[in-house]
Design a protein around this ligand. Structure first.
Ligand code: NAD
Length: 412
């Protein structure tokens, strides 16, 4: 386990946690093995009549604490190993936040920007129909991730419902509001990242007002994080997307309006940076909110931020993590920092099952209370056991899953 890859990162973290918790080799075998792995061929008829095949996946890493739950990713680099690693992270995340779920992840190795809307719909419906036997409100509940959004969730919900013969909104979360989505779900991950950032600044004794932040990734997580941080009084000084970074803009709102109108971040008056330059800015907080392995042995040495808040899943490799620790950087780990998304997905599932919908304030208050409880638990374990916040978060999450395994026992 020496190379830097998402699955390697997740397994190295799990091994360290199993050792710190003093769990047995039997526990390691159980915890390091995905429960159910499905690979499917997804044929797509392109608009020009050609048929192409895509590889699709759904991994249910754990169902020990409840139905499995996790996003669906459309990206050319999606493969089985990455999907397993993300499903594993979801398992620890749901346990850390004490949601009654296991962990799952799915995806298709496809570049959605190369699909028309109709092609995307056909691909999504066929993928849903291929994984249909193993998903459902009591089994496994998909949600959006990189490259998918509420449109995809609407098509998934419709495909599942047509097959069931009645409407089943609770089969996916992150749906449009009119189909049973929850208020506050769109911004939930970013809202949670902002809460985690605020608490990390407090823990480090840095004033929130005017604290400077750089964000890698300006998608669903990066954008809503930036909005929430500005609302809290922090200063977002740079953001990036796949084409590079930008600094010197007056506000996130201005930059977003420009991006929507022009499709790029080159707002007049701003300066371009490379993605690497963004990572190395002299800021209080760095938030990787794009893809895995942004902070590695190669990029970590140049990082000057005092705090790293992991908006993305698995953005820091074990070597990158060790370098940040040597530098005394406080890292708020992914399973804690970006848990706002699955927390409000849980609220959406609860609302769908009860056919009773909450106000935006209720969603916000309940999100804050679950995040604050998890943040306090992690900080307390970190202080009492003298471990990093990542170690503490994993110890709580993995420890709960291991305890659930022990209590349920082994069938037969
Ligand atoms: P998204 O597709 O909406 O946005 C991804 C962003 O990253 C885009 O701005 C893209 O241009 C940018 N990007 C891609 N490659 C990049 C690179 N090399 N350098 C800089 N920017 C790059 O995806 P998202 O939903 O915002 O997810 C981002 C991360 O957050 C992923 O790791 C995802 O698993 C994680 N996450 C998402 C959610 C959620 O609710 N969407 C919840 C928890 C965690």
């Amino acid at each position: 386990m020496t190379t830097e890859s998402p699955l390697n990162t997740a397994l190295v973290q799990l091994r360290g946690t199993v050792d710190k918790l003093g769990l047995s080799e039997n526990d390691w075998q159980t915890l390091s093995t995905p429960r159910r792995v499905l690979q499917v061929a997804v044929p797509l008829r392109r608009d020009n009549g050609d048929v192409e095949m895509y590889d699709g996946y759904r991994v249910q890493y754990s169902t020990t604490r409840g139905p499995s739950k996790g996003g669906v990713r459309y990206h050319p680099d999606v493969d089985l190993d990455e999907t397993i690693s993300l499903a594993m992270l979801m398992t620890w995340k749901c346990a850390l936040t004490n949601l009654p779920y296991g962990g799952a992840k799915g995806g298709i190795a496809v570049d959605p920007s190369k699909l028309s809307a109709r092609e995307n719909e056909r691909l999504t419906r066929r993928y849903t129909s291929e994984i249909l036997p193993i998903i459902g409100p009591e089994r496994d509940i998909p949600a959006p991730d990189v490259g998918t959004d509420e449109r995809n969730m609407a098509w998934m919900m419709d495909t599942y419902s047509v097959n069931a013969g009645f409407s089943v909104p609770s089969v996916v979360t992150g749906k449009p509001i009119v189909l049973g989505g929850s208020l506050g779900r769109t911004s939930a991950t970013g809202d949670g990242v902002a809460i985690a950032t605020r608490e990390a600044l407090r823990a480090r004794g840095i004033d929130i007002n005017g604290a400077t932040v750089a964000i890698q990734g300006f998608g669903k997580v990066g954008y809503w994080t930036a909005v929430a941080l500005e609302n809290m009084g922090m200063k977002v000084v740079a953001v990036s997307d796949v084409n590079g970074a930008v600094t010197g803009f007056s506000s996130v709102a201005d930059l977003w309006s420009y991006f929507l109108a022009n499709g790029n971040l080159d707002i007049p008056g701003s300066d371009r940076l490379t993605n690497q330059e963004l990572l190395h800015l002299d800021v209080d907080v760095l938030i990787p909110a794009a893809l895995a392995d942004a902070i590695t042995g190669a990029t970590a040495p140049g990082i000057k931020a005092k705090i790293v808040v992991e908006g993305a899943n698995g953005p820091t490799s074990p070597l990158g993590d060790a370098i940040l620790q040597d530098k005394g950087v406080l890292v708020v780990p992914d399973i804690l920092a970006n848990s706002g998304g699955v927390i409000v997905s849980y609220f959406e599932w609860v609302q769908d099952k009860q056919n009773y919908f909450w106000s935006a304030d209720e969603v916000r208050e309940n999100l804050s209370s679950i995040m604050m409880r998890a943040l306090h638990e992690v900080e307390a374990v970190s202080n009492t056991k003298s471990v990093t916040w990542r170690d503490a978060a994993l110890m709580i999450g993995v420890g709960r899953v291991a305890e659930a395994h022990h209590l349920r026992g082994l069938y037969p």
